[in-house]
Design a protein around this ligand. Structure first.
Ligand code: NOJ
Ligand code: NOJ
Length: 726
């Protein structure tokens, strides 16, 4: 709507309306900036009401069924319930989580967010292909209803209200990629992967008259395209490009947001198109800005081009598998060194646009528990938590690992919560370090600098403004190291270990030069030293969340030094309207600017933030997901097809921002020389575009002829299919 580069002699009615609206917004903007805004002045970045950013939080991941049975009356009956079988329901529920919230188990540990299993109704029969029940929540049937074995809407609401009253956010797992298993040779699945909407049957995998599902074979995971359009392990793969599925998922998530959910963990994001997900996310951010992070499963520590691209352009954060694998290799299996871990931290720091927004962990329900990985070495688990809780990113504790639970692969890594012991050393380590994420912004927003390194010892410093946290970990449980020549930005003074020596750490003394006295880091020891500054006199931005949106959406800027009286926030050169303002958190509306990437700056009476946040993506307007297809586009080996066009979402005619490479190997959609790609574009907008071919070295061949031109619908999804103009 706000793309003002229209052609002067072709002023349409819509364009005149647009310009009138623009004048209106302009005048209104001037008036509104003169009206003193009564900002909610109390909320800080660390409060539970900050749903946009989780950087001050510690997440605790719960497999709901395996945590605590607070209400036996909702347990399933029949063969899907068997406490002695890890593939069946065990009875854990939301009432159980509520009880543990009231017992203080989470607050005692300093945990400030719970990520729970997908709450939606799942199949109630046994999956015959693996004799497994839906206890994990990944076999949805009706995204508008609760899984009654976890509880009712009112149980869910009670859990959320109880959590919020204790300063704890609730994140739900959500799996819009698929319903339940429906394909396995000639096997018959009693529920046929059927999808229901609030009790109404919409269709099944075999009985798919609405085209709700993709009907390709199982993915072999060999290409991104195969992951997106093929079934994962026989799960009925939803076709998000179907407009029924698209609007279903947009509405369903609103139901859960209305109940007060603060964050979403999106399952299997590598298995859905980026364009559809961005369109879905944009609808979420326009409805209620919450923190969203996706699961792009990755077994290694090295960069994966598509994963990095997704993290940096989709508008959602990712679970940081590279970090997890690096910690697991260095401290768990010891297949790598602390030097390798340090390199991964450096590499991810530059690969991710917003590394502090990625979600870190050391184990989860899809990998061996850290205790098992380290061959039952409790100190390795404790040291891994020290790294996790003081590194960049939002740390996640997997339920039970703080009680040294063991287990190899699924389902052995999903056992019942072994105990709720608040005296376990790991529990204590977490309880010392978690609160620091709220009080010392170096952990939430800081940079990372390696300060001392060998194969066994890693000492690093986090810094934000004058706030500093230094962490030292010696993974070698039989050798101590003399640490000499260590420098830090901690101010002159003596610092004692934040964990009060729980893992053997002592004090250090820092000279005015920053030199640290030589000290011994004992075998297997860890220590954390910190300095929390009084607030900065000039503004420093920590995070901006969400990382994208449309004009009018609320964006949260966190950091320090914003002052107690309202200053101003700019997107490029345009001032944004302020919603609320405190020293550590500002909320603004995205101004009506031309779509594109913007630098955000905060100005107060004492200055302007020096390092501005530069990558904020303003979208053109409400998004829809469109499948662009081009037929007969023959290419030389190594060349690929992309699209470029007249809106920011299609790169604004800049070929280096063209969208692609397109796919060309899905039998039910398109096979070479047909190419296709699902892309988020603005709704109700005239779009001109062309396809281009790029060779391996980036040389561009344009389609000839005039531009393709369409007016996108105001809702739903769409397919545009044309022949390559040679
Ligand atoms: C990834 C989840 O983490 C895993 O546990 C699940 O089985 C698959 N996605 C399918 O939903
Ligand atoms: C430049 C391309 O060469 C041309 O083919 C295309 O139509 C325009 N960009 C779009 O304005």
């Amino acid at each position: 709507m706000m793309n003002l580069q229209w052609n002067k002699n072709k002023h349409s009615f819509v364009q005149k309306l647009t310009s009138l609206l623009f004048v209106f917004i302009f005048v209104f903007g001037i008036i509104s900036t003169n009206i003193p805004v009564r900002a909610a002045t109390t909320s800080t970045d660390a409060e539970v009401t900050n749903t946009a950013s989780f950087s001050t939080d510690v997440i605790y991941q719960i497999v709901t069924d395996r945590f605590f049975d607070g209400d036996t009356s909702n347990n399933p009956t029949g063969s899907i319930f068997d406490k002695s079988n890890l593939q069946k329901y065990h009875g854990g529920d939301w009432a159980g989580i509520t009880q543990k919230l009231n017992d203080g188990y989470f607050t005692g540990m300093g945990v400030t967010a719970l990520w729970i299993s997908s709450p939606v109704e799942n199949i109630t029969t046994i999956d015959p292909s693996n004799n497994c029940a839906s206890y994990h929540g990944y076999w949805a049937k009706d995204f508008f209803k609760t899984n009654t074995y976890f509880g009712s809407v009112s149980d869910f609401q009670t859990m959320i209200n109880t959590a919020h009253a204790k300063g704890i956010k609730i994140v739900i797992d959500f799996a819009p990629n698929h319903t339940s298993t429906a394909e396995y040779g000639t096997m018959t699945f009693p529920e046929d992967g059927a999808l229901y909407k609030n009790g109404t049957y919409l269709g099944g995998f075999k009985n798919d008259s609405l085209g709700l599902f993709n009907h390709e074979s199982w993915t072999d995971f060999s290409t991104y395209e195969s992951c997106v359009y093929h079934s994962m392990y026989g799960l009925a793969d939803l076709n998000q490009q179907n407009s029924v599925v698209d609007s279903y998922m947009k509405e369903a998530i609103q139901k859960w947001l209305d109940l007060g959910v603060d964050g979403i963990r999106v399952d299997a994001v590598k298995h859905m198109s980026l364009g559809w997900q961005k369109n879905w996310l944009s609808s979420i951010y326009s409805y209620k800005p919450v923190f969203v992070f996706g699961e792009w499963f990755n077994g290694g520590v090295t960069a994966d081009t598509q994963m990095t691209q997704f993290a940096n352009t989709s508008g959602m954060s990712l679970l940081d598998f590279r970090f997890a694998n690096a910690v697991r290799n260095a401290l768990g299996s010891k297949s790598a060194t602390m030097k390798d871990l340090s390199s991964v931290i450096t590499a991810t720091g530059s690969d991710y646009k917003e590394v502090n927004d990625q979600v870190t962990f050391i184990d989860n329900h899809d990998m061996s528990r850290f205790m098992t990985l380290s061959t039952n070495n409790g100190r390795a688990v404790e040291n891994a938590y020290v790294l996790l809780l003081t590194s960049r990113g939002v740390p996640t504790i997997y339920y039970g690992s703080e009680q040294y639970a063991t287990g190899t692969t699924d389902p052995y890594n999903r056992g019942d919560m072994p105990s709720f012991n608040t005296n376990s050393t790991a529990y204590k380590v977490i309880s010392y370090l978690s609160p620091l994420r709220k009080t010392n912004p170096a952990l939430a927003y800081g940079t990372t600098k390696e300060r001392w390194l060998n194969d066994d010892v890693f000492i690093y410093e986090r810094q934000f403004g004058n706030n500093v946290v230094v962490t030292a970990v010696n993974r070698n449980q039989s050798s101590s190291y003399s640490i000499s020549g260590l420098y830090t930005n901690l101010p002159q003074g003596t610092y004692s270990d934040v964990m009060k020596g729980t893992l053997g750490g002592g004090s250090i003394t820092v000279a005015s030069s920053g030199a640290v006295n030589t000290f011994t880091l004992g075998a297997g020891q860890s220590a954390v030293w910190q300095y929390t500054a009084s607030s900065s006199s000039t503004p420093i931005i920590g995070n901006v969340d969400p990382m994208m949106g449309v004009a009018g959406n609320t964006v949260t800027i966190t950091g320090r030094g914003f002052g107690s009286s309202q200053g101003s926030v700019t997107f490029g050169t345009t001032t944004a309207k302020v919603v609320s303002w405190t020293d550590s958190q500002i909320k603004v509306y995205i101004p009506s600017v031309t779509a594109g990437e913007y630098a955000i700056k905060v100005t107060t009476s004492s200055g302007t933030s020096s390092s501005s946040y530069s990558g904020f993506e303003v979208l053109t307007g409400k998004q829809i997901s469109v499948r662009f297809k081009v037929n007969n586009a023959t290419t030389d080996y190594g060349s690929n097809v992309y699209i470029v066009g007249s809106v920011a979402e299609l790169g604004n005619w800049n070929t280096s921002k063209a969208i692609g490479p397109f796919f060309n190997n899905t039998s039910t959609i398109g096979v070479y020389p047909t190419w296709f790609y699902d892309i988020n574009v603005p709704a109700g907008t005239t779009i001109e575009y062309k396809f281009i071919k790029k060779d391996a070295s980036g040389n561009v061949i344009w389609e000839s002829g005039s531009n393709h031109k369409v007016v996108t619908p105001s809702d739903g999804t769409q397919v545009y299919s044309v022949d390559w103009q040679s």
